[in-house]
Design a protein around this ligand. Structure first.
Ligand SMILES: Cc1ncc(COP(=O)(O)O)c(C=O)c1O
Length: 403
């Protein structure tokens, strides 16, 4: 069976993890700090906090901004549940909006229509690695009429003076928007390093701060180190250096990254642009060359004048397929020893969000994109022969069900 997205575990990764294991320091320590520094350099953001998942990173960013009951956070209806779950964790309300039809990202006009006096943040999601319309989103939150509606509940919100843009860039490390990396485009950006991601630390995530003046992004980083570790004003490493005594300044969280995770991340990041992305682009381009010109397929948009994906998920659509037909096509592809996936079930289809009253019919574009979508295998070790097997399995299965 051709798998969907196994991690790339080679001798370099193993050697670096073993080095950490033998070093005597396996939790947050020098390798995590180095990984944070390298991520700041790579993304062009101002500071970086590594955490144990993107979910944790999104939640700590919302908590830092003081999001709570009575607040509204705008999210796309088309995303993984984590984007909205963290809003619920904070006691706030996810306000869902529909997506674009050509790509799968949040529709900026729909964001505008969803803004109220309660809106505290917008969480655009770079679905499949393709960056959202960031200039338009940043201009929108700075518009006079939108700024006037913003009501700050605390000092941090007063200092920003407008809606915060918190990008869920879980899929898009390395993606470019007008020549700039994700991480340097909005106020706060979160990446995921979960096992299926382009750059993995098994589990893990990073929060990139890029807040405007007069925020001090290094000070925010230092505070969030504390907040992500029980509110303890010294981490385990700092405690070994002289004075053991520490204080707890707030009831913080337990979200820190370990040096074992960071050691994988350091290897992955060092070869990311010149090796990982090159291979992933080759796979995307191959699939596109094979499905292009065949009107049974709608091809994903992944490179435009202004944007370049991180080549995370290849979102193929089968023209005119119903949800049931798509599911049957997937069953047949699986029968031909190829794993595929669906990214994602829009949130209103999930019991929890449906139970809260979100209705799929309010997000027709999200449903349209979802119902005929099939994500194809993309991973570093995928061979040319396997790519051909994938294409053959997809074409044959589509013909069996649709012709
Ligand atoms: C869009 C999106 N946001 C957030 C997450 C959560 O990432 P993590 O598993 O690192 O918490 C994921 C994970 O797949 C995701 O796809």
């Amino acid at each position: 069976m051709i798998p969907f997205s196994p991690p790339r575990i080679d001798d370099k990764i193993i050697a670096e993890v073993v080095d950490t294991l033998k070093s005597g320091w396996i939790t947050t320590g020098p390798k995590t700090k180095l990984f944070e520094k390298k991520l700041t350099e790579y993304t062009g953001g101002k500071s970086t906090l590594c955490v144990n998942s993107a979910t944790a990173g999104l939640e700590i960013a919302l908590r830092w901004f003081g999001v709570g009951p009575g607040d509204e956070i705008i999210v796309p209806a088309y995303t993984y549940c984590a984007t909205a779950n963290v809003v619920v964790h904070c006691g706030a309300k996810p306000v869902m909006v529909d997506i674009n039809g050509d790509d799968f990202d949040i529709d900026v006009d729909k964001i505008r229509a969803a803004i109220t006096d309660r809106t505290k943040a917008i969480m655009p999601v770079d679905i499949a690695g393709f960056p959202c319309d960031y200039d338009e989103i940043m201009s929108l939150v700075k518009e006079d009429s939108v700024v006037r509606r913003f009501s700050a509940n605390n000092e941090i919100q007063r200092q920003l003076g407008r809606i915060m843009v918190l990008a869920d860039s879980s899929h898009s490390i390395g993606a470019l928007y007008k020549g700039k990396h994700t991480g340097s485009l909005v106020d706060v950006t979160v990446f995921s390093f979960h096992a299926v991601k382009n750059l993995t630390t098994a589990e893990g995530g990073a929060v990139i701060f890029n807040l405007p003046e007069p925020f001090d992004n290094d000070e925010i980083y230092k505070f969030l180190c504390v907040l992500s570790l029980h509110g303890q004003n010294k981490d385990a490493l700092a405690k070994t250096k002289g004075n053991w005594k520490y204080d707890v300044i707030t009831a913080g969280f337990k979200m820190n990254m370990t040096d074992i995770m960071a050691s994988m991340g350091l290897v992955e990041l060092a070869r990311y642009d010149d090796d990982t992305l090159v291979k992933r682009k080759k796979i995307f381009d191959f699939y596109t060359s094979q499905f292009k010109g065949d009107n049974r397929f709608v091809l994903p948009v992944y490179e435009t004048v202004d944007k370049r994906t991180s080549y995370h998920v290849y979102l193929l659509r089968v023209n005119g397929a119903s949800e049931e037909q798509r599911n049957e096509i997937i069953r047949r592809i699986n029968g031909k020893e190829v794993s595929v996936n669906v990214h994602f079930q829009p949130l209103p289809l999930l019991s929890f969000y449906n139970g809260l009253g979100y209705k799929m019919s309010d997000y027709p574009q999200a449903f349209d994109n979802y119902k005929c979508e099939i994500s194809l295998p993309v991973y570093y070790d995928l061979t040319d022969e396997q790519m051909q097997t994938v294409v053959k399995a997809v074409k044959e299965s589509v013909a069996e069900v649709m012709d």
